[in-house]
Each structure stands twice: as C-alpha cells, then as structure tokens.
Design a protein around this ligand. Structure first.
Ligand SMILES: NC(=O)c1ccc[n+]([C@@H]2O[C@H](COP(=O)([O-])OP(=O)(O)OC[C@H]3O[C@@H](n4cnc5c(N)ncnc54)[C@H](O)[C@@H]3O)[C@@H](O)[C@H]2O)c1
Length: 368
C-alpha cells in the first residue's frame, strides 16, 4: 500500500480546529507524509500549510483528488458532510480516516460501507477515548472477569466547549439543537458501545437553555439507554460548565469509577472492602491527589506546549497509530466502519424522541 517513495501520502480535508491535532499527531506516525491540505477557504488552507510546511494547497476536493495520488484523506469537516465526502475520497482512490462521527445517519453509514467494499478502500473513524490508557486498563480487568457480567454504565460528559462561540452561524450544530448529539455524543457513545454493545432503545430529555449565534440550544441532556449487554445512562452538559468526564461501571462482582480527564480508576470489589485498613485508604487518597495535581498541571500548560509535540499515551495519537498500523498490516482498524456505524446508531436513537423541558416544553420526533 506504500507509494514509490515508500511513504504514505496523506491529505487533510478541512483545516479548522481539529486539523492542527491531526497534523501534529501525523508527525509521530512512521512512514507517512502530510502532502496536501484542502479547505473551502483557500486563505485558511494557505495559513495552515505555512504553519505545517505542507506543499499542496487546494480549495476543492475534486482538485485535490484529481491532481495527484493521495493514499489517505483525513476528513475533518463538519459532521453533516463526513459521509458524502468520505464516499468521494473512496471513489477518488483514497482511504479515509474520518473524524467522529462517521456520518450523521445509518443510511450514510451503509453507503460508506458499500463503497468501501466495492472499491477495496479502508475507512475508519477517530473515536480517540477508546484508546485511553485508563479504558485499556478497564477492558483488561473486564476480560479477566473482575466485574462478572456488566449490568449498568453511567457516564457524565460535561465540557465547556468555548469554541462553539467561534463557529459560523451556518455551522451544522445550529441547524438543530439535537445535532449536538452528533457533534459530542460519539465521545461517550463510543465507550458505552465498547462496554455494552449496540443500542436497542433510548429516551432523552433536554433542559437548560443557552443562546448561541442568536439560536437557543438546550445544554443539559439526559439519556437512558437499553443496550445489548446492559443498561446505560448519559448526562451530557455542553456549555457553561467545567470539564468533567467520568464513567461508572457496575458489574455483578465489582464496580469502578473512572475519571477520563485525570486517567484514573478506582475499583471496588468485596475483596477491597475486607483488606483495606487505614493505610490502604490513605495511599489511595494520596495517589488520587497526586494524579489530580499532575492532570491539572498538564491541562494548565497544554495550550502553551508546541503543537508538534505529542505526549506519550495520548489517546489521539494512539487512534492514528492504530489506523496506520492496521492499514500497513492489512487488518481492520479498531474503530472501523461497523463500529463507527454502531456509534451513529446510538446518536440516532438518542435524538429520535426528545422530551424538552425548558421554557416551552415540547416533545419532538427527529424523523418528523
Ligand atoms: N476528536 C475530537 O476530539 C474532536 C474535537 C473537535 C472536533 N472534532 C470533529 O472534527 C470535525 C471538524 O471540527 P472542527 O472543530 O475542526 O471544525 P471547523 O469548523 O473548525 O473546521 C472545519 C473546516 O472544514 C472546512 N470545510 C467544510 N466543508 C468542506 C469541504 N467540502 N471541503 C473542504 N473543506 C471543507 C471548513 O471551511 C472549515 O475550515 C468535526 O466532525 C468535529 O466533530 C473532533
């Protein structure tokens, strides 16, 4: 799959916020070269190419794909355009690494899967939280039967998302409040899907109201889910809040509290209740305090770090590495089309019937 020069030629489609993280992470992937960038705004593409020293600059996907051989395109545009643009990449002869969500409907996911099969092209989605060290640790404990059967997962996904105020008024999320689920939902749903399998049904209620770009959006969403292997609940708070991303996993034999921001996990099982003693709880508390302090320090200085530096065990980096190593080995990436589609199904189910309990209570069917 490598090119004549032995390097995989990569292009970024969309040079907005997230493109910077992709360009930085690519620097650490062996055997790849960021060859071109493409954005509808040529000005943006030019400014980006200057920062990262990229030679090819385009403002149309057709020109990008027609002008040269590109092996992989990272699709980094707004969620509503992922499906159609990824299909265009596949038809143009390139593999696609797509930012979350894979697409915004199951219909688009099916078309993508069909095209990927027909053209023999690889497609994957960036669900980076799945690659977090703490989630890898949790999965090892689950596989060693520490928890017995899983019964319930509760996730809090609370992020300030200050960047929403910088988006253009015609951005995808301002078309409909429920589009927030396609923008943010893939983060928690990729984890719930990993733990409990596909969604069977969901009910969501929305409350709170924020004004953005003259639009009123609900900022607090609570979803109850029935999944293949247990039940789940998600509290999603986007807007005026602090960053808090936690997961409580309840199994037959043990339970765990996971803090994804701090990458910490506390497991409770009958054994740990018998053994602990005072020393054990003091050690556990100090360990938590030290990791909290280090995590705070990291987040405080993160923005001042050179963007080309990628930290070890960075889930974002791990997600790209998995895609490129799978491509090289001819195996399926962990977050493949089927997994991406399962997460889109979660988003679709979550917004299918939403009960709004803000100023003007209303019950809306997304399909209608
Ligand atoms: N994984 C993460 O943690 C994470 C974080 C932020 C955003 N994202 C995802 O990344 C994607 C992009 O988000 P963003 O914040 O960078 O958005 P953005 O609005 O900052 O950038 C998107 C860019 O795509 C360009 N674009 C749109 N349509 C195009 C087309 N047809 N051809 C070429 N360029 C086109 C726009 O001009 C814009 O510059 C979204 O799907 C978002 O959900 C992921």
């Amino acid at each position: 799959m490598q090119t004549d020069a032995g390097l995989v030629k990569v292009a970024l489609l969309g040079t907005g916020d997230i493109a910077t993280r992709h360009a930085a992470a690519l620097k650490v992937v062996p055997g790849v070269e960021l060859r071109s960038v493409c954005d509808l705004s040529l000005l943006k593409a030019k400014a980006f190419s200057k920062t990262f020293g990229v030679k090819g600059i385009y403002n149309s996907i057709d020109d990008l794909l027609d002008s040269q051989t590109i092996d992989v395109v990272h699709v980094l545009t707004d969620p509503g355009s992922h499906g159609p643009l990824a299909v265009r990449c596949i038809e143009g002869g390139a593999d696609a690494f797509i930012e979350k969500p894979l697409a915004v409907s199951m219909k688009q996911c099916e078309e993508l899967a069909q095209k990927s099969r027909a053209y023999g092209r690889l497609c994957a989605v960036n669900h980076q939280w799945v690659h977090s060290p703490v989630i890898q640790h949790l999965m090892r404990e689950i596989q060693s039967f520490k928890f017995g059967g899983l019964r319930h997962v509760h996730m809090i996904f609370s992020v300030p998302a200050a960047h929403l105020r910088l988006l253009r008024p015609d951005h995808f999320i301002f078309n409909d409040s429920r589009n927030l689920f396609f923008e943010f939902g893939p983060h928690p749903f990729s984890l719930i899907n990993l733990l409990l399998g596909r969604v069977r049904s969901a009910e969501t209620s929305a409350s709170g109201e924020i004004e953005l770009m003259g639009q009123s959006l609900s900022d607090l969403w609570q979803t109850s889910l029935v999944c293949e292997r247990g039940t789940a609940s998600l509290t999603m708070n986007i807007g005026k809040t602090t960053r808090n991303i936690t997961l409580d996993v309840i199994g037959e034999d043990a339970a765990a509290h996971i803090d994804l921001v701090r990458q910490s996990m506390e497991i409770r099982d009958p054994e740990s209740e018998v053994v602990p003693g005072r020393l054990r709880s003091v050690l556990r508390r100090s360990h938590r305090d030290v990791s909290d302090a280090l995590a705070d320090l990291f987040h405080h200085y993160r923005s001042t770090l050179n963007s080309s530096k990628v930290l070890p065990h960075d889930p974002f980096q791990a997600s790209l590495l998995d895609f490129y190593s799978a491509r090289k080995a001819g195996r399926s990436p962990r977050q493949d089309i089927a997994t991406g589609a399962a997460v889109v199904e979660y988003c679709e189910e979550a917004v299918a019937n939403v009960r709004f309990s803000s100023r003007q209570a209303r019950v809306v069917s997304y399909a209608g």
